[in-house]
Design a protein around this ligand. Structure first.
Ligand SMILES: Nc1nc2c(c(=O)[nH]1)N[C@H]1C(S)=C(S)[C@@H](COP(=O)(O)O)O[C@H]1N2
Ligand SMILES: [Mo]
Length: 440
């Protein structure tokens, strides 16, 4: 079976593994002896919201049962606690956040996109007290295991706001289309993460002279169910691994990392394709060669080393690993599609980010990029945090306008107004974000 056939809907999810489905959809745990489901309060609220009414007999509802109201409906479901996110795929779960819901300076968990390549560990089986992280690899002097309590006790804690963007964010625009989740603009977020520096942990184990790369392994399961298959195992070169902001994190916004985002432990190497920030982190390897784990090689998270014409078949050896992500921005207020009185001040705002770099300037346009007005831009709270911008515009007459935003990084590189270079897997679309506003 190929991956496409494995990516199916809610019915397939329930048919294959009702208990896993219950946990993913409702946070419902099943008592193995009675086969009865235990809904947490949040799960019950989500289920009630999904069926459109309170469920008086909810305590009697067996585990692993799709509510008939949903079973009959072809509508994609809502992830409990992430209302408003657009679910692109329910096996594996992938969901993105509409731009106007990313308006918070620090992204709350409820607005954090979800990008899963496989099936997350069943939350009931995740025990932070016994979870261990193994550090090994041919360039590790002394392989070691750490519990989360040991990590917390042994190393200095750091909290940084870090932006994570999926390498495929914006893929939906490419033509010819690229396979994979058809992300529009919402596979990006910037919460705070608390943990220890990856550097401190690697140094405690000893980094051999010949170390060039690190790789991660997580506790998720391959879509095929085959326990010997690795879902994803990516990594970064030593220089990125040793950066102050590269964390092994146990908290997001001061709370446990949400189950779908990697609880109880994840790697955060912000500013690079989100795929390097390994979730449900179990193992880190220090490598004496470029890491060659699952989705590190071939066409995954790589782009042609030199630009190609749309539709070109690019041989593997001409594909280069994506590192720091390109400059990009979002208009998070107002919501696209609003109406606004002509001539009156229209306040617009959003965020901008540029991988490992800082954003130097943001501009906005109401005439499809013919002229640009400079926005007010704040410095990042720490390196690799996104930056907030705002501007005041006036729409000169009645009619349809678009507000475009364009950011420029500290090395003078600007977002393109139209699609940047086509590539086989549809990565790195950093074209200007645009919203529609009707002046009345
Ligand atoms: N173990 C594991 N880690 C993972 C993934 C995964 O499927 N499994 N997906 C990666 C990808 S492609 C991205 S973009 C980010 C998404 O993080 P989020 O789901 O917390 O938003 O996690 C990365 N880490
Ligand atoms: Mo990703």
């Amino acid at each position: 079976m190929n991956d496409k056939q494995l990516e199916r809907g809610i019915h397939a999810l329930y048919a294959q593994d009702p208990q896993q489905a219950d946990w993913l959809v409702w946070g419902r745990k099943v008592d193995p002896t009675s086969r009865r489901g235990f809904l947490k309060k949040t799960g019950l609220l989500a289920m009630s919201a999904a069926v459109g009414a309170h469920i008086p007999f909810w305590e009697k509802m067996p585990g692993g049962l799709i509510p008939a109201a949903l079973a009959a409906s072809p509508e994609p479901f809502v992830i409990p606690g992430r209302e408003g996110l657009r679910v692109l795929n329910d096996r594996p779960i992938n969901a993105e956040t509409p731009a106007h819901l990313l308006d918070d300076e620090v992204t709350p968990a409820s607005r954090m996109f979800v990008r899963n390549n496989g099936i997350p560990p069943v939350e009931a089986s995740v025990d932070p007290a016994t979870w261990t992280l193994e550090v090994a690899g041919e360039s590790c002097q002394t392989p070691m295991n750490f519990t989360i309590a040991e990590l917390k006790a042994r190393f200095a804690h750091r909290t940084y706001q870090l932006q994570i963007e999926c390498g495929g964010n914006g893929r939906a625009e490419f033509n010819p289309p690229a396979t994979g989740n058809q992300w529009s603009t919402g596979a990006v977020a910037c919460p705070t993460f608390t943990g220890v520096r990856l550097r401190d942990v690697l140094e405690a184990c000893g980094i051999k002279e010949d170390a060039v790369y690190v790789g991660y392994y997580g506790a998720d399961t391959h879509l095929s169910g085959d326990p010997t298959k690795v879902v994803i195992s990516r990594g970064v070169p030593m220089a990125k691994a040793l950066r102050d902001e590269t964390l092994i994190a146990w908290a997001m916004n001061g709370e446990d990392i949400p189950a779908l985002n990697g609880h109880p432990l994840r790697l955060v190497a912000g500013g690079w394709p989100g795929s390097v920030s390994g979730k449900w982190l179990k193992k880190i390897v220090i490598r004496n060669q470029e890491h060659d784990g699952a989705k590190m090689t071939g066409h995954s998270y790589r782009v042609p080393c030199t630009p190609v014409a749309p539709g070109t078949e690019v041989p593997k050896e001409n594909m280069c690993i994506i590192e720091s992500m390109p400059v990009k921005s979002l208009v998070t207020f107002p919501k696209s599609g609003i109406t606004h009185p002509q001539g009156e001040v229209l306040a617009v705002r959003g965020h901008a980010w540029a991988g490992d770099l800082e954003v130097a300037e943001v501009f906005v346009s109401i005439d499809f990029g013919a002229t640009w007005q400079k926005a007010t831009l704040r410095r990042p709270v720490n390196p690799i945090a996104w930056q907030h911008w705002q501007a005041e515009l006036r729409l000169p007459e009645k009619g349809y306008f678009e507000v475009w935003a364009r950011a420029v990084d500290s090395q003078g590189r600007s977002q393109p107004m139209v699609l940047p270079g086509w590539n086989p897997r549809g990565y790195l679309n950093n074209a200007c974000h645009r919203i529609a506003v009707k002046a009345v």
